[in-house]
Design a protein. Structure first.
Length: 614
């Protein structure tokens, strides 16, 4: 395509997008009346709430409510959102859309608490996010015009957490809920810690803005962190030890940063903030949505669905997992991520076939009322799968063993041996070849060839597959390792290597090594997240952990590859490689160590894949 044609195409696309956006904005103003109110909670705190009500008063409408810490703007009775709800179709179907600044954020009164713990035994005027949801619905039932008495909850990420809290309020008017990429456990797998490892370049720029305490009610965000240069890897490395980020930049201004970094084990602080133990006896139809390639929170959607399914098996409990980045089901067409194309606009399928019918049926009584329990996109094959439940029953665990010479086989090596490398905190393994000032969403499917030649990255290749192999479920790493020091992180990655000579592939995808799933594990938690243990230097030790599920087909002619290394920077903070509280480590505490990966009958390192039978 010539430059002129490309420019014309871009202009036409932009004009079409802006026209559609303008049409929706015009529709909202023409068809909805906006109110701004303060709703008083049981303890007297007032929460700012924006309500968009259909101007057509010939019928009554259900409420779709979104509670958020990210603001309900634009503020002002005559200032309208350009679109309402999670999709244009729902905007045009007409609901009463209710947006609320949660307690302590923007224009709402009170003190804000990150992932405010749920209190199942509230007494008197005690509150939590569940009670704030309950009290808001009570106000709507008494005061909202043209309301049919049925409430639906929805929200992505942090607002997804507030949906879960709404479910736990157990208000009888809540007839449908859709937690999307919801926070579920911030130590084990959501957002800022994965298996105890701290996600540095996700947390730091976010909390620099989000975490600072406000002086008064406000409609404004604070100022973003101004990086001194564009090289994120260099910036985080130059800043040094984890404690330096507070000492140099935050200066005790962000309480939650201190709490997240200083609570270095799975203690009562973290246990109070997980939603999973409370998801019992959930009797509200629930549609949990997440992205297979959600860099911020792939864990929460799986675990929320799983907890409801295990604890209330008779509930109408639905799951959708598409090939999306964080919120990609609402914020993109869902047809591609990075260099990987998924064959169709997957977000359209989700919106048209699942989301809109879900709320229409349970809030308006329209539609046929039949839903597939689990709709999970199959990457590699680029198609939707429908399951009676997740994970599918027709899977069989299959081990692939690490072998000398960088091979991956289904047989245990006869000879006991190991691969070793020096892990140097001054030269950590990068998680991406691209800008790393912030966590980028494309790293979840990035070509791993940029790590070729690094002596501190172990790579194990299978033979060419002679038939398709589909992996559906959680991946498990079962590795035998040692270190010359007393602590070490391990990063295990499952990679799909495309053929180098396939004429049907674009040139950029020939030989492409697509990351399918990768997770870090902080070694001191290998036996317990509550009670970390040092490694005994040079002693062989087993580490076994699960990674978030995938639904991926390795096509015939591809290879299955496992990569293993001990840093993933600056996505994950560096391990000093000493057994210690990392938030107390100084720059001098970060030391080199020799790490070994073992294989053979005595210590057969492997990856366990749930292979689906066709």
């Amino acid at each position: 395509m010539s430059l002129n044609k490309l420019t014309l195409f871009a202009l036409l696309f932009a004009c079409g997008f802006l026209s559609a956006q303008s049409n929706t904005a015009d529709f909202v103003k023409a068809n909805y009346a906006k109110d701004e109110v303060y709703i008083t909670m049981r303890d007297g705190v007032k929460l700012f709430t924006a309500i968009y009500t259909p101007r057509d008063t010939a019928q009554k409408y259900p409420v779709l409510m979104n509670r958020t810490p990210y603001n309900v703007g634009p503020y002002g009775k005559d200032e309208y959102k350009k679109a309402l709800g999670p999709s244009d179709d729902l905007t045009r179907d007409k609901y009463i859309f209710v947006y609320q600044d949660v307690r302590g954020r923007f224009m709402s009164e009170g003190e804000y608490a990150d992932v405010r713990p749920f209190n199942p035994d509230k007494k008197g005027m005690e509150t939590d996010e569940a009670s704030d949801t309950y009290d808001t619905i009570e106000w709507l039932l008494k005061n909202q015009r043209n309301f049919n008495g049925r409430v639906g909850l929805y929200g992505i990420s942090y607002p997804g957490f507030y949906v879960v809290m709404g479910l736990l309020s157990r208000h009888p008017a809540i007839k449908a809920a859709s937690p999307q990429a919801p926070i579920s456990d911030w130590f084990k797998g959501d957002d800022f810690r994965h298996n105890g490892a701290f996600y540095l370049n996700s947390a730091f720029p976010f909390y620099y803005v989000f975490g600072k305490k406000r002086d008064s009610l406000t409609t404004k965000w604070g100022q973003s962190f101004q990086f001194p240069h564009e090289n994120g890897y260099k910036f985080y490395l130059e800043t040094g030890a984890l404690k330096n980020f507070n000492d140099k930049y935050l200066r005790d201004s962000v309480k939650f940063w201190l709490e997240v970094t200083e609570n270095d084990t799975y203690n009562d602080f973290w246990k109070a903030r997980t939603t999973i133990p409370h998801l019992k006896n959930i009797n509200t139809p629930t549609l949990t949505v997440g992205g297979l390639f959600d860099a911020e929170d792939c864990y929460g959607a799986w675990k929320t669905y799983e907890a409801i399914e295990n604890n209330t098996p008779d509930n109408l409990n639905f799951l959708v997992m598409g090939p999306w980045f964080h919120g990609g089901w609402e914020r993109s067409d869902g047809d591609s991520l990075g260099s990987i194309y998924f064959g169709s606009k997957t977000s359209d399928y989700y919106n048209d076939s699942i989301l809109v019918p879900f709320f229409s049926y349970f809030l308006k009584g329209k539609g046929r009322g039949y839903f597939t329990e689990a709709a999970v996109f199959e990457t590699g094959a680029n198609k939707w799968n429908k399951f009676d439940k997740w994970a599918p029953a027709n899977t069989q665990s299959k081990r692939f063993y690490f072998n000398p010479g960088g091979f991956l086989t289904d047989g245990i090596p006869a000879k006991w041996n190991y691969d070793e490398f020096i892990s140097d905190p001054a030269k950590p393994v990068p998680f991406t070849k691209n800008d790393s000032r912030r966590m980028n969403r494309e790293y979840m499917v990035e070509d791993q060839r940029f790590l070729m030649g690094r002596p501190d990255v172990l790579t194990y290749y299978s033979d060419l597959l002679d038939s398709d192999l589909t992996v559906s479920g959680e991946i498990e790493a079962d590795i035998y390792v040692s270190t010359s020091s007393t602590d070490a992180d391990w990063v295990i990655k499952l990679v799909d290597v495309f053929p180098e000579n396939d004429p049907e592939l674009a040139d950029t995808l020939r030989g492409f090594e697509m990351l399918v799933r990768g997770e870090p594990f902080r070694g001191k938690f290998r036996n317990s997240f509550e009670k970390p243990e040092p490694f005994i230097p040079d002693r062989v030790t087993n580490i076994r952990f699960k990674m978030p599920a995938v639904n991926h087909t390795f096509k015939a002619g591809h290879r299955i590859v496992v990569q293993a290394h001990s840093s993933w920077f600056p996505l994950v903070d560096r391990n000093p490689q000493k057994f210690m509280e990392i938030h107390k480590a100084g720059d001098a505490d970060y030391i080199k160590a020799i790490h070994r990966m073992f294989y053979g009958e005595k210590a057969a390192s492997s990856i366990i894949l749930p292979v689906r039978n066709r």
